[in-house]
Structure formats: structure tokens, C-alpha cells
Design a protein around this ligand. Structure first.
Ligand SMILES: NC(=O)c1ccc[n+]([C@@H]2O[C@H](COP(=O)([O-])OP(=O)(O)OC[C@H]3O[C@@H](n4cnc5c(N)ncnc54)[C@H](OP(=O)(O)O)[C@@H]3O)[C@@H](O)[C@H]2O)c1
Length: 333
């Protein structure tokens, strides 16, 4: 291969401890070891990328660094029997974009064990409309269903509903036949959420109870929470007998003010979701569901495209909680 450098967004730490982002040419030789090198065609923006871009050491320890926990593209080189040059593939999570150079660059090099063949019914761009956020929403729903929550048991609450995980949770749940109530801080986006399939949209303050009551009126058969804090606490205390709640995020708070009563008096189950370490078998099964029975009809409704140059602004917006749906990053030649 004649090419020696590629374009990437790089986050650098300045001597006075600030973090700055710029588009630079990176050397292919500087990519980490790995069996599969992928020419990235699309990436997408997740909240975690925002944290990596501002120097959050819980996400990224060493800088300079290229974030991007998601990538979809074409295999450029492979020493693995499982992948050949020209194969279309998806790589999400594991260590991609955390301490491994990520999808906000035209090339990544990763272990073959991180690589998922693109499902037949999905394009590379569509896969990045979902990305880690869509995959995480799908995991949450998969776990609720697996637990036994069915559509006839009642409403499912989705929090952070206009965000990446939230908007895909609303849309996939509606597609799977569930009645969805969406919580959002963006009152102006009621129409967006209704079009995605929410039957009702409630404001954030209506979804928060700080009275300290251990149990509230049981309203939800299940909950997909993406924000944590008082909203998650309220959701758990408002879950009906033997309902289940998935927990995947902390944009509101990592705290969970709660006592044991929802668990011991109502048999509520709290299900933790960690897409990063999700086993490959479940990962592939979930991508297949996304590409087939859960495939959404109008992905463009909840996606915005941007270039590497426009990404800086989109990173600021996700950190401010202002994104609606998903941002797909285009990485053309
Ligand atoms: N565990 C995992 O495997 C996993 C995987 C992916 C993501 N995550 C986590 O899931 C969370 C959501 O990720 P994302 O990519 O969907 O982020 P996102 O696109 O930024 O969506 C988050 C949404 O939460 C709401 N929100 C923002 N600030 C809030 C606040 N202070 N209080 C209450 N709600 C607030 C906003 O929606 P509204 O305006 O509609 O309320 C926002 O759009 C993040 O914490 C992320 O790290 C975890």
C-alpha cells in the first residue's frame, strides 16, 4: 500500500493542561498493532467520544489521541483468516476510541476479535446511524424482553429520549409493538418523539420526584434509562410489580438516591447494561435483529451527517446535551 498518512481528528493536551482538537495527517505506522486494518467510511458520535475529546481520564488516559468508539468501513489489510481485504465490517466499543486510535480517522487497526461482518441487510452508513448508541438501545430492549416484559404488561418509559440511545430505544420499542412514554428536557421536540413512535412525551421535571418517598404509584412495566440520578431513582420507584429497569448512562448523574423497597416490596429488577464488554455472540445476534426485525423505516429522521471538519461543533453539542438523535461522521477519500 503506497499510502502512508491519513486524516484524523486529534485531541492534544497543551502544556497548561487544556485539550485542543485539530484535523491532522497521522501516520499509518502509528496505528496500534492488530490483525485487521480498516479504511473507515463512516463513524458516529457518542457521548463517550465527547468525554474523550475533553480529556476525561476515565475514558482516555493518554494524549494525543483520536476518539471515535464507532467505525464502519472496508478491510484494507488483514492477517486474520476471518477477514479479507474488501470485506465490509463494523467495529464498535471494546477499546476503540478510548485508548486505541478510533473512528474519527480514515483508518483504524484492531484485533480481529473486535470486528463484526456487516449484516447483509444493512449498509455501512445505516450501521453508523445505529452505532454504539443504537446497539446499546437494542441491548436494553433485548434484556427487557428476555426478562419477560411483554407489550401487554403496560407502558415502557424511556429517559433522555431525544439522545442517541434514547431515540433509538423509543423507535425500536415502538417498532416491536410496545407503548412508549418518553421523558425529554427538550419540550420543543415532542413532534420528533411522537413521530419516532412515543405515545406520550413528558417533561423532565414531571419525571423527577425528590420527596424521598420509597415507592411511588406504579406506572411502568419497564424502563430504559439513559441518564441516571433522580430520574432513574424516580423511574425505579414508579415501576410496577415485577417490572424491570435497564440502566446504561449517567448524563444526569452517576448517583442513585434510593432504598431497597422497590426491590423487596415490588420485585423490581434493575438490569445493568455494558455494551463495551458485551460478548461477540450477543453482539452479532443484536446486529442481526437491528438489520432485520428491528430495522427502522426512516433512519434519516433521527440522523445528521457531518464531516471531520464539522465534528468539533457536534462534540460541543453532545457535551451540552443538545444533540437530537445521532450524528454520522463521513470520511470520504
Ligand atoms: N453502558 C453502555 O454500554 C453505554 C453505551 C452507550 C451510551 N452509554 C451512556 O448512555 C448515556 C446516553 O448516551 P448517548 O450517546 O445517547 O448521549 P446523548 O446523545 O447526549 O443523549 C443523552 C440525552 O440525555 C438527556 N440529558 C442530557 N443531559 C441531561 C441531564 N442533565 N439530565 C437529564 N437528562 C439529560 C438529553 O435528552 P433529552 O433532552 O431528550 O432529555 C440528551 O440528549 C451516556 O451516559 C452514555 O455514556 C452507555
Amino acid at each position: 500500500m503506497g499510502l502512508k498518512t491519513f486524516k484524523a481528528l486529534v485531541v492534544e493536551e497543551t502544556p497548561d493542561g487544556r485539550f485542543v482538537r485539530k484535523i491532522t495527517d497521522k501516520a499509518l505506522d502509528d496505528l496500534p498493532e492488530g490483525e485487521v486494518m480498516v479504511r473507515v467510511r463512516y463513524s458516529s458520535l457518542n457521548y463517550k467520544d465527547g468525554l474523550s475529546a475533553i480529556g476525561n481520564r476515565g475514558v482516555t488516559k493518554n494524549y494525543p489521541h483520536t476518539p471515535g468508539v464507532d467505525a464502519a468501513g472496508v478491510v484494507a489489510e488483514s492477517s486474520s483468516e476471518d477477514f479479507q481485504p474488501g470485506d465490509e465490517v463494523i467495529v464498535t466499543s471494546y477499546d476503540l476510541g478510548m485508548n486505541t486510535s478510533g473512528g474519527f480517522g480514515q483508518y483504524i487497526r484492531v484485533p480481529a476479535s473486535w470486528v463484526v461482518p456487516l449484516p447483509t441487510n444493512l449498509t455501512l452508513r445505516e450501521s453508523m446511524a445505529y452505532g454504539t448508541a443504537g446497539l446499546t438501545a437494542a441491548f436494553c430492549i433485548y434484556r427487557l424482553m428476555d426478562y419477560g416484559i411483554t407489550a401487554d404488561q403496560g407502558d415502557i418509559l424511556v429517559t433522555g429520549a431525544t439522545g442517541g440511545v434514547g431515540s433509538f430505544a423509543v423507535a425500536i420499542l415502538a417498532k416491536a409493538g410496545y407503548e412508549v412514554v418518553a421523558v425529554s428536557g427538550k419540550v420543543a421536540e415532542k413532534k420528533f418523539l411522537t413521530e419516532l413512535g412515543a405515545k406520550e412525551v413528558i417533561a423532565r421535571d414531571e419525571a423527577v420526584d425528590t420527596t424521598g418517598k420509597p415507592l411511588l404509584k406504579g406506572r411502568w412495566a419497564g424502563v430504559v434509562d439513559t441518564v441516571g440520578g433522580d430520574i432513574l431513582s424516580t423511574a425505579i420507584r414508579s415501576t410496577k410489580l415485577h417490572g424491570a429497569v435497564t440502566c446504561c448512562g449517567n448524563v444526569a448523574s452517576p448517583e442513585l438516591p434510593l432504598n431497597v423497597y422497590p426491590f423487596i416490596l415490588r420485585g423490581v429488577t434493575l438490569i445493568g447494561i455494558d455494551s463495551q464488554s458485551c460478548p461477540m455472540s450477543l453482539r452479532r445476534r443484536t446486529w442481526e435483529k437491528i438489520a432485520n426485525e428491528w430495522k427502522l423505516d426512516n433512519l434519516d429522521r433521527q440522523t445528521t451527517d457531518c464531516s471531520l471538519e464539522q465534528l468539533n461543533h457536534e462534540i460541543d453539542r453532545i457535551l451540552e446535551g443538545q444533540q437530537k438523535g445521532r450524528v454520522i461522521v463521513n470520511l470520504p477519500e
